[in-house]
Unconditional design. Structure first.
Length: 336
């Protein structure tokens, strides 16, 4: 019967109550959960009261919280109509989606859109569309594979698109957090030469990741997610010893990771997580003689089933047109 089985939109009785109607009493019982535990979970998270009146639920609380609770109840009821069970984890995922202000799309729905030729990634601030065929294939693989590599020159959207997909998956409740990392290695500079404490020293290296997030999430929401550590931005060295479960993980500038660092990072992949490795083989800033972990990963993992390798060229550059010409010129010079 679909979403229309719930009487839309919920009608307000007064300024402090929203009344929702559910025609299928059996599904309503499942929605409430044993001893109303699902309702209690929603009440505790959103600071509302949910009262059952026959086949209706009355949500009492602040207007914004009422709206979020209604969205959660709608989503969970729709899941039950599709003969999919709900448990505490499903309720929590629905609450996260409401907190982010969007219902999101499932991975299957996103892939169906791609198959229909509609390539778009919806975030809280903007809609992102991959432009080139390589970018479209890359985005599709990010939704399909648990581990994907994006390799190519600067300006091809490798990191930007990966972060966009990560935000979409967070909004959709597919992951609990986003973790973005980079090796703290740059040409001609070292951390010790920068002023301030460790965060002050590290943040300049992480700035491109902050810039991407600012494009996809409102400032206040991003600040809240960073404070709650639902979005983490950290140097590669800080990943040692962690198991990254239920997370969307991006390693940027991976050409500057050593072989040991790359192995360490790849083995952090935990249950329910997605991992994306991006890099540019032409911009290695490691000490002379030290092999790049990105190149070793290509060689060692190229034949492993389930891992996607996506390659970009100057044709995929989406920055100023001159950037593509510069990349082509350098490629020709190196080939001579």
């Amino acid at each position: 019967m679909g979403f229309s089985a719930i009487t839309p939109p919920p009608r307000s009785q007064d300024a402090h109550e929203t009344l929702l109607e559910f025609p299928n009493n059996r599904l309503l019982i499942d929605l409430c959960g044993e001893f109303d535990r699902n309702l209690a979970q929603i009440e505790h998270k959103l600071q509302v009261h949910i009262l059952r009146r026959g086949n209706q639920l009355a949500v009492v609380g602040e207007p914004e919280a009422q709206s979020q609770a209604a969205a959660v109840l709608h989503q969970l009821y729709q899941r039950l109509e599709q003969n999919k069970p709900i448990d505490a984890e499903e309720v929590d995922a629905a609450l996260r989606m409401a907190d982010l202000g969007g219902t999101g799309t499932t991975v299957d729905e996103q892939l169906e859109m791609f198959e229909a030729g509609k390539f778009e990634i919806r975030t809280r601030k903007k809609q992102v569309e991959p432009r080139t065929e390589a970018q479209k294939a890359y985005v599709k693989h990010l939704f399909e594979h648990e581990l994907a590599f994006g390799i190519g020159p600067a300006g091809t959207g490798k990191t930007y698109l990966a972060v966009a997909v990560g935000v979409t998956m967070l909004i959709g409740g597919h992951v609990d957090k986003i973790i973005l990392s980079r090796p703290a290695v740059e040409a001609g500079e070292r951390l010790g030469f920068l002023p301030g404490d460790m965060k002050d020293k590290v943040d300049p290296y992480m700035q491109p990741l902050y810039d991407a997030l600012n494009d996809f999430l409102p400032a206040k929401q991003l600040a809240k997610l960073l404070e709650e550590k639902r979005i983490e931005i950290a140097p590669l060295a800080f990943m040692r010893g962690r198991t990254l479960s239920n997370a969307f993980v991006v390693l940027d500038e991976a050409q500057n990771a050593s072989t040991m660092q790359m192995k360490m990072f790849l083995t952090r992949l935990g249950q329910g997580s997605r991992m994306v490795i991006t890099g540019d083989r032409s911009q290695v800033d490691l000490p002379r003689g030290m092999p790049s972990g990105l190149q070793d990963a290509e060689r060692i993992l190229g034949h492993v089933e389930g891992i996607s390798f996506n390659y970009f060229t100057a044709k995929d550059v989406v920055r100023h047109p001159m950037v593509a010409k510069i990349i082509d010129a350098y490629d020709q010079a190196e080939g001579e």
